[in-house]
Design a protein around this ligand. Structure first.
Ligand SMILES: [Zn+2]
Length: 285
């Protein structure tokens, strides 16, 4: 389907890897985080990240280092900075949402990967079964318990996100925790034992009381806030009147392309779904 290709299949030039080169003799990209904030050089209209042979050149205290892979032959590493290390002049720590659009797109994409690995490493120190300290595996992205052998992998929570159409209208809803006035398409986490299509049907039914049909894959997006994978779909309205799930949704309704409320920013797959819908309307006679 053309629309999937046009959305995410952007021919990324990053190749993932686990085992670092034996010697790091060329400049590499260093994605360093304190908590979930990325270390960047601040420039007037953009940010960049350190490209150095050794991260030690910056003189910053760090803990674990993770090899990520390479971008067009240049190696990439994730670093966890010590909590109170002072930053060099011209550098700052910024949240990923803040650097979106100001950092090169390929580097931003790797940063969303790096932050999740650093966060996983920081929050998974001990075995969930026996409590022993975990050891990083060198050949795969996992930790192993030296006592009981249990493997621990980075957390990833799949969530569906769906644009529901009815004629020339789309369904948008407002969650209680959205910014004032903002509406978006519906989304929710997949439950254990559920297929993605079942999750789409259940979420829409639970949140707005409507049933849907013709569920079609749209595209996916890693969403590192903190560790989701958003899987996007389109669907067609089948039956039912909008009735709100009071705990979750504050308001929902049918909107046309030329009468949209405030919608999410371009960073999100939600926006890409809405833009796809709007673009399609524009091409109609
Ligand atoms: Zn164990």
């Amino acid at each position: 389907m053309g629309r999937v290709r046009s959305y995410m299949d952007s021919g990324r030039r990053f190749i993932s890897g686990i085992v670092p080169p034996t010697e790091q003799s060329e400049p590499a990209w260093w994605f360093a985080f304190q908590e979930n904030r990325l270390l960047v050089f601040q420039e007037p209209f953009s940010v960049s990240i350190p490209c150095l042979v050794s991260f030690g050149e910056l003189g910053l205290a760090q803990s674990t280092q993770h090899y990520l892979g390479h971008l067009e032959g240049r190696h990439c590493y994730a670093i966890q900075l010590a909590d109170d290390t002072p930053l060099p002049k011209g550098m700052a720590l910024e949240g990923l949402r803040q650097v979106y659009g100001r950092l090169d797109e390929d580097l931003f994409s790797i940063a969303t990967r790096a932050v999740q690995i650093v966060d996983w490493d920081r929050t998974h120190k001990f075995c969930g079964r026996c409590g022993s300290s975990l050891r990083l595996k060198t050949t795969e992205r996992a930790k192993e318990c030296p006592n009981c052998g249990l493997l621990h992998f980075p957390r990833l929570a799949p969530a569906i996100i769906v644009l529901v159409e009815r004629g020339g209208q789309l369904l948008l809803a407002r969650s209680r925790h959205f910014m004032p006035g903002m509406y978006s398409v519906l989304a929710g986490f997949v439950e254990p034992g559920e297929s993605l299509e079942e999750a789409v049907i259940r979420e829409v039914k639970e949140e707005v009381g409507v049933t849907v049909k013709d569920i079609q894959y749209f595209g996916s997006q890693p969403w590192p806030f903190p560790h989701s994978l958003m899987i996007g779909f389109t669907a067609t309205y089948a039956d039912g009147e909008i009735s709100l799930d009071d705990s979750e949704i504050e308001d929902a309704g049918w909107f046309t392309a030329n009468n949209l409320p405030r919608i999410p920013g371009k960073i999100s797959i939600a926006r890409k779904l809405i833009d796809w819908f709007v673009g399609k309307q524009g091409r109609m006679p």
